[in-house]
Write a protein that binds this ligand. Structure first.
Ligand code: MG
Length: 364
């Protein structure tokens, strides 16, 4: 308004009019801008910036970057800062040649469960039993397991390297050969967790068979890797942790005992066994569990699974759910039509798979 009104006087009185414009208009404009910035920074802009910055750091920081070297302290898994932690992720299926799981031992699978599912851990189930296993095809199986170890390291995931056998005491030398190789190659990395015996059978005695086997394998690993956590199986498909608790392995640090459950079969009775072990100071690790029946069949038992999830939360137990496979059975995470590398959409998952994925996504 000032400018247009004084257009006629432009030639005669510019020196007087210009300072007037600056004196009145610029301070007014500055005042308006400053007021807006002050208001916006207090009310809207600042919180958004802070929030998005914290989201970025949460996404960018992997589980291993956040927690570092794990150990066992007073019967609990703790991170490098000695804080109790509970990790969650899926388990791969047996790695055996020609079975239902080998195709999932891929880098893209690990990338996707890290990025899509926000898993903090994954379990590689080195087939060490039955046809097509490490016992007869060591190179094929080792290649698969190493591929997923390296992908887990790239993604900052913890990875359980599991000797997936029901008869490990019959091949102790092979187990030692395998774990010493893994310890030499990867034992300096915080990502690695050793699981030395998936599931001893019901008739395999803890005191005279499983414990002596475990001592031999633990000694062999500790000769190379002095610190990474080692998981120990127990009698009856890694359920009788109460028996192990009465006669635990001593002389080594950073040991935990595996508790396996399938919600469709195992209920209060198994949680009571687990409680006995926890009360005795044993560290437990649920390296394998399912929402269906123990034989891998049947429908999801939501009610019992929720009880188990509450139990694991209460006791800060880490867990891996069975399994990354598209075999036609209840325990499989994927439908037969799903890709073996991902990324996956909801239609690729079984009802069980969708449920397990959501549990992992919401665990952290
Ligand atoms: Mg180490």
């Amino acid at each position: 308004m000032l400018i247009s009104n004084n257009n006629n006087h432009k030639a005669t009185a510019p020196a007087v009019e210009k300072p007037l414009q600056f004196q009145l208009f610029i301070p007014l404009l500055s005042l308006l801008i400053c007021s807006f910035i002050t208001f916006a920074s207090q009310v809207t802009i600042a919180p958004q910036i802070v929030k998005s910055a914290s989201n970025i750091s949460a996404v960018a920081k992997s589980a291993v970057a956040e927690h570092g070297q794990l150990s066992i302290k007073d019967g609990q898994l703790v991170n490098q800062q000695k804080q109790e932690i509970s990790l969650a992720g899926p388990s791969l299926y047996w790695s055996n040649n020609g079975w239902a799981g080998e195709d999932f031992y891929q880098k893209n699978v690990i990338n996707n469960i890290s990025q899509q599912w926000q898993a903090s851990i994954v379990r590689a189930a080195m087939g060490a039993d039955f046809k097509g296993s490490y016992l007869t095809h060591p190179e094929d199986n080792l290649k698969r397991v190493e591929r997923v170890i390296e992908a887990a390291v790239e993604n900052g995931l913890y990875i359980i390297v599991d000797w997936h056998s029901h008869h490990a005491e019959n091949h102790t030398k092979k187990a030692i050969e395998f774990f010493q190789h893994i310890a030499r190659k990867y034992g300096h990395l915080p990502n690695i967790i050793y699981e030395i015996y998936n599931e001893p059978l019901q008739e395999t005695d803890w005191h005279s068979v499983i414990k002596p086997y475990s001592l031999k394998v633990i000694s062999a690993i500790r000769a190379i890797d002095s610190d990474n956590v080692i998981l120990i199986g127990s009698q009856s498909w890694s359920q009788d942790v109460d028996i192990s608790a009465k006669d635990p392995i001593t002389g080594f640090s950073n040991l935990a005992y595996t508790l396996h459950f399938y919600a469709g079969t195992h209920k209060d009775e198994l949680r009571a066994k687990a409680q006995v072990a926890l009360d005795a100071g044993l560290a437990l690790f649920v390296s394998e569990w399912g929402s269906v029946s123990a034989d891998g069949t049947g429908d999801v038992d939501y009610q019992e699974t929720e009880k188990w999830l509450a139990f694991m939360r209460k006791n800060q137990l880490s867990h891996c759910s069975w399994s990354l496979s598209k075999k036609e059975e209840g325990a499989s995470i994927f439908k037969p039509s799903a890709s073996t590398s991902g990324p996956w959409s909801d239609k690729d998952f079984t009802k069980n798979g969708l449920y397990l994925k959501e549990i992992i996504q919401n665990w952290g």
